[in-house]
Design a protein around this ligand. Structure first.
Ligand SMILES: [Zn+2]
Length: 123
């Protein structure tokens, strides 16, 4: 259930930003998530509701933008976009083939991070 811990982190970031602007309420949080984080958006929204209950972010809308993952091939040095297969989502295994030379000697360079992009507040 890493969605809940993650939702709580998002809330803390949003809350700190809101305090800086003396906001009374947070009405919306815009979040970017790399596809390879294995975060389930619906679960995250539910967790966010729980994490913000009774706070200045209660009722805030969580807007989630999923960004595609990217890998770099260690053999040909080219980059490819990758998406998670259903199998990878079930097993948590993330092995990606280079889209250019089919090598699986690759490293993930993007898609495992998430960040709060913007928040909307009421002053
Ligand atoms: Zn390659």
């Amino acid at each position: 259930m890493h969605e809940f811990a993650f939702a709580y982190d998002i809330f803390k970031v949003a809350e700190a930003t809101a305090k800086k602007y003396n906001a009374k309420r947070i009405t919306q949080v815009l979040l970017e998530i790399g596809e390879l984080t294995l975060i389930v958006p619906e679960l995250l929204k539910k967790s966010f509701e729980m994490a913000t209950a009774g706070s200045i972010a209660e009722g805030a809308e969580l807007v989630i933008q999923i960004l595609p993952g990217k890998i770099r091939c260690r053999d040909c040095n080219k980059e490819s976009n990758v998406t998670l297969t259903e199998e990878a989502q079930l097993t948590g295994l993330q092995l990606f083939r280079c889209g250019h030379c089919q090598s699986n000697n690759t490293e993930v360079i993007y898609g495992k991070s998430a960040n709060v992009k913007n928040i909307k507040i009421q002053e």
